[in-house]
Design a protein around this ligand. Structure first.
Ligand SMILES: Cc1cc2nc3c(=O)[nH]c(=O)nc-3n(C[C@H](O)[C@H](O)[C@H](O)COP(=O)(O)OP(=O)(O)OC[C@H]3O[C@@H](n4cnc5c(N)ncnc54)[C@H](O)[C@@H]3O)c2cc1C
Length: 473
C-alpha cells in the first residue's frame, strides 16, 4: 500500500481521461497530476481540423500511456483500477491498495456494453463492442442461417442493413426503428453509391425536395409517436420484402418486445432458443446483442453522488457532480444541466472530448479560484465522422429530435456526390445532415445558432444553382 498526494486526479485512459490530462497540462503544467489507467494503452486524438467554430473533425488512436509524460512533466501514471472513493477525505483507493489524496478529481471511466443477462453463460450471444467482436461476428455470419438482433441503435441498424444471405429477426423494444446517426434517406444514398457505376453529372442528377411532416406521414412511418424523421425510402421495408433462395423472407422486425430468455438447444436443428415477452419463440444460430452502453460506475463510494436517469453521474455545466471537487466527463457522465436548444447528449468521441476539456477548465478554475463559463461547444450538437469514404457532419436536431410533428425537411441529394438534409421549424434551421464535400458546414452552424428566418428564401436555400452565401453578405 502506498500513499500519494496530488492536486489533480484523472481516472480512465479513454478519450475523456486523456483529453482532461492534456488540457490540464496546458492550463497548469507546474501542478501535480495523476492518471489512473488500468491499461498501458490509452486513447488519444490527432489530426484535429475545424470545419467551423464548433465543428471539429479528428482521428482517434491508441498510444502508450507513458507518452503522456512528454506533454506533462509532472504527470504520474498509476497503472491500476479505481476501487473506492472516500469523498469525505478526498481519497481515491485502487484495486492494489494505492491511496491517492486529491484536491479535485475527474472520473472518466466510460461505459460498458449492455449485454442481455444470459450472455455470460452462452457463447452464441455476441455483443458488438470492438473490432475483435466484429471479427467473431463475421465468422459466425458465414455459417449461420438465422440470427436474432436485439437493439435499436446505430450498431443494430448497421448490422441489419449490412448483412445479407442470412435470415434476420430484429427484436425492437420500441414501436419504430431508428438509426442514431443517419436517417433512412442517407442510408439509401450510401446504398445507391455502392450499386451504381455511373459517373456523376451533378446538373442532371440533383434532386431537391421539400417535405412537410403531417399526421399521415407519422402513420405511414409505423409510429404514432415518431420523434425522428423517417424521410426517404424505408430501406428496412425493402429488406422485409426480400426472399432468400428457399423463398423465406430475409428480415422480420418484431416491435415492442424484449427478450425473456435464451436457452441453448443442443442437438436440435437450431442451437439457440430465444423466448420473447410476447410469448413468441424464435430458433436461431446466434443472437447479436447491440443494446448500447451503460455508464461504468464500477467502484464504490462512502457517499453516492446524484445519478441521471440513464445511470450516469449527473454533472452540471462545469462537469461537476453533486459532490464538490468530483467532476465527471465522457460516457460515465449524464449531462444534467439545462441544455441549449440545439444540443443534446449522445455518447460519442466528440462529446467525451468536449466534456473532458470543460472539466479540466473547471478543475483548474477551482484550484486557482477563477470563474469559468461553459464552453461554446455546448450550444450546438455537432458530430463529424466519415462513412464509406464520405465526410458526414451532423448538426443540431439533425433527425428532428424533440421537435414533435410540425417540422419540415428540405433535401438535396446528388447520387454518389452529396446528401444534404435541412430540418426546419417555423422557417428556421434546427438541424442538418451533410454528407460529402458540401462546404455548407459554416453556413449551417451560423443559421442554427442565429435562428435566422429562412422562409423568404423558400427552397432556394438548397438550390445548387444559387450561392446561398450571397444572401447573407
Ligand atoms: C461498438 C462501439 C462503436 C462506437 N463507434 C463510435 C464512433 O464511430 N464514433 C464515435 O464518436 N463514438 C463511437 N462510439 C462511442 C465512443 O466509443 C464513446 O463515446 C467514447 O469512447 C467515450 O469515451 P470515454 O473516455 O468516456 O470512455 P472509454 O473510451 O470507454 O474509456 C474509459 C476508460 O476508463 C477505463 N476504466 C473503466 N473503469 C475504470 C476504473 N474503475 N479504474 C480505472 N480505469 C477505468 C477503461 O478501461 C477505459 O480505458 C462507439 C461505441 C461503441 C461501444
Amino acid at each position: 500500500m502506498s500513499n500519494l498526494k496530488t492536486t489533480y486526479l484523472v481516472v480512465g485512459g479513454g478519450i475523456a481521461g486523456v483529453t482532461c490530462v492534456e488540457t490540464l497540462a496546458i492550463l497548469h503544467p507546474e501542478e501535480s497530476l495523476i492518471i489512473i489507467t488500468a491499461s498501458s494503452l490509452v486513447k488519444n486524438v490527432s489530426n484535429v481540423s475545424f470545419y467551423a467554430k464548433t465543428i471539429v473533425k479528428f482521428d482517434v488512436n491508441e498510444t502508450e500511456a507513458s507518452s503522456l509524460q512528454r506533454i506533462h512533466p509532472n504527470l504520474k501514471i498509476v497503472y491500476d483500477s479505481l476501487k473506492h472513493v472516500d469523498t469525505e477525505n478526498q481519497l481515491a483507493i485502487t484495486d492494489q491498495g494505492v491511496v491517492i489524496q486529491y484536491d479535485v478529481m475527474c472520473l472518466c471511466t466510460g461505459g460498458i456494453p449492455r449485454l442481455i443477462s444470459e450472455s455470460s453463460k452462452c457463447s452464441r450471444i455476441l455483443g458488438i463492442r470492438d473490432t475483435e467482436s466484429v471479427k467473431e461476428f463475421q465468422a459466425r455470419l458465414k455459417s449461420g442461417r438465422r440470427m436474432v438482433i436485439v437493439g435499436n441503435g446505430g450498431i443494430a441498424s448497421e448490422i441489419v442493413h449490412a448483412t445479407s444471405g442470412i435470415q434476420k429477426v430484429w427484436v425492437i423494444r420500441d414501436d419504430y426503428i431508428s438509426s442514431t446517426f443517419i436517417d433512412p434517406g442517407a442510408a439509401e444514398f450510401f446504398q445507391n453509391t455502392f450499386n451504381s457505376d455511373e459517373t456523376v453529372d451533378k446538373s442532371k442528377n440533383t434532386i431537391l425536395q421539400r417535405h412537410v411532416f403531417t399526421e399521415e406521414d407519422i402513420i405511414v412511418s409505423l409510429n404514432k409517436d415518431l420523434k425522428s424523421a423517417a424521410l426517404g425510402p424505408d430501406w428496412y421495408r425493402k429488406l422485409e420484402g426480400i426472399k432468400n433462395d428457399s423463398g423465406v423472407q430475409e428480415l422480420e422486425i418484431i416491435y415492442k418486445v424484449e427478450v425473456k430468455s435464451v436457452v441453448e438447444n443442443d442437438g436440435e436443428d437450431y442451437p439457440l432458443k430465444v423466448e420473447l415477452t410476447n410469448e413468441k419463440t424464435i430458433y436461431c444460430d446466434f443472437l447479436i446483442s447491440a443494446t448500447g452502453v451503460e455508464p461504468a460506475v464500477n467502484f464504490t463510494w462512502d457517499k453516492e453522488p446524484k445519478k441521471g436517469s440513464d445511470g450516469g453521474l449527473a454533472v452540471n455545466e462545469n462537469q461537476e457532480t453533486s459532490i464538490k471537487n468530483i467532476f465527471a466527463a465522457g460516457d460515465v457522465a449524464c449531462a444534467a444541466w439545462k441544455h441549449a436548444p440545439h444540443w443534446f447528449q449522445l455518447r460519442l468521441w466528440t462529446q467525451a472530448r468536449q466534456m473532458a476539456g470543460m472539466a479540466a477548465k473547471a478543475m483548474h478554475g477551482r484550484i486557482t479560484n477563477e470563474e469559468v463559463l461553459q464552453d461554446f461547444c455546448f450550444e450546438l450538437f455537432t458530430h463529424c465522422t466519415s462513412l464509406f469514404g464520405y465526410r458526414v457532419v451532423l448538426l443540431g436536431k439533425y433527425n428532428g429530435q424533440g421537435l414533435g410533428n410540425d417540422y419540415e425537411i428540405l433535401l438535396r441529394t446528388t447520387p454518389k456526390l452529396e446528401y444534404i438534409k435541412f430540418v426546419l421549424q417555423n422557417g428556421r434551421l434546427q438541424g442538418a445532415i451533410l454528407i460529402g464535400e458540401t462546404d455548407l458546414e459554416e453556413m449551417c452552424e451560423n443559421l442554427i445558432l442565429d435562428q435566422l428566418d429562412l422562409s423568404p428564401f423558400g427552397d432556394d436555400i438548397l438550390n445548387p444553382d444559387i450561392d446561398i452565401d450571397d444572401y447573407f453578405d
